[in-house]
Design a protein around this ligand. Sequence first.
Ligand code: FAD
Length: 390
Amino acid sequence: MPDRAPQPVDRQLPTDEARDLISLVRDIAQREIVPSAAEEEDAGRFPREVFTLLSDSGLLGLPYDAEFGGGEQPYEVYLQVLEELAAARLTVGLGVSVHSLASYALAAYGTKEQQAEHLPAMLGGGLLGAYCLSEPASGSDAASLRTKAVRDGDDWVITGTKAWITHGGIADFCTVMARTGPDGPRGITAFLVPGDAEGLSAAAPEKKMGLKGSPTAQVHLDGVRVPDARRIGDEGQGFAIALSALDSGRLGIAACAIGVAQAALDEAVSYAVERRQFGRPIADFQGLRFMLADMATQIEAGRALYLAAARLRDAGLPFAKQAAMAKLHCTDTAMRVTTDAVQVLGGYGYTADFPAERYMREAKVLQIVEGTNQIQRMVIARHLAGPEER
Ligand SMILES: Cc1cc2nc3c(=O)[nH]c(=O)nc-3n(C[C@H](O)[C@H](O)[C@H](O)COP(=O)(O)OP(=O)(O)OC[C@H]3O[C@@H](n4cnc5c(N)ncnc54)[C@H](O)[C@@H]3O)c2cc1C
């Protein structure tokens, strides 16, 4: 099938530096990510060398302060970088988003000493992070987690199992939420645990519907000893830190979702203008033209929503409600748009010869991670109507 180059997304970027950044990312995506994406996803291969390149290019610490190696970019720029990466390959875009999520606790709540010691390597030294909140028995109800950290002199000894951990088994550092006090959200503390700590191991990666190149695994902590200097924030503050990280992380997922949706739309348009039936390109039929127009409109609406939330965040204003709305809307959009893209390609859309079916499988996971879309609705409703009565 002849290739029609997709039209670049019209982006409103605040600075020349941001425009250069997007050009750099598009260049890396076209040279280093897109050519091997389908084959590597099929084989379940994680492209660690791409993350090394992104780190060397200053793209793994974009939203963080320059003082400790970050790129000091506003969220509205960082998220558009994520969108471009996810359009090239979700394993990469989501991986960068999860790495930022894992770095957030230390960057936002660590002491200056902790930040000076660890952040430069995390943000630009080639390290890869994991965010360890979920457990086999606590997903949506994350505050019921059971992994325990017990004080022993100047150390903490952590024991438990974390589930569904992106980069589980390959991460160089893990931000781990563990119980140090009573049941409920106030008994949880955050720790920065080295990926090679004694007693830390990972199970075999889960066999997933999509996003196969991104390892997702249980992480076992069997008496892992970390010094108190690796405790992040106060004792009992861990759940608040975890939720605060997720407010920002959800914007990353929203941007990734729009990237996947845009890639699917580009694919659908390229196909529809080339494929002929009844003696004309199928793009001539109003039934498909309207579908493409709806797909494009939903994508633009999603992009506008995540950018509006990002601009609130950049202005130092509350953005948690809008982040939940963006995550909900953009990931539902990605599911609809990728499903429609498969339809536009007809039978070929249902084969692995075209990436549309992969985009559809990838979109599904975005409705689940970092709070399912049911949980996003709960978050939004709490902002509207207050907490539910028990
Ligand atoms: C590929 C992948 C990568 C992931 N990466 C990470 C990671 O890096 N770190 C991490 O900590 N976690 C990670 N997760 C875990 C993810 O955040 C959880 O899967 C998610 O929060 C849902 O938890 P659960 O799977 O236990 O589902 P459950 O909480 O058991 O939910 C099952 C269903 O019940 C619904 N439900 C639950 N409670 C309510 C309610 N009160 N009202 C309405 N509906 C409800 C849910 O929406 C869902 O549909 C990952 C998951 C996947 C699949």
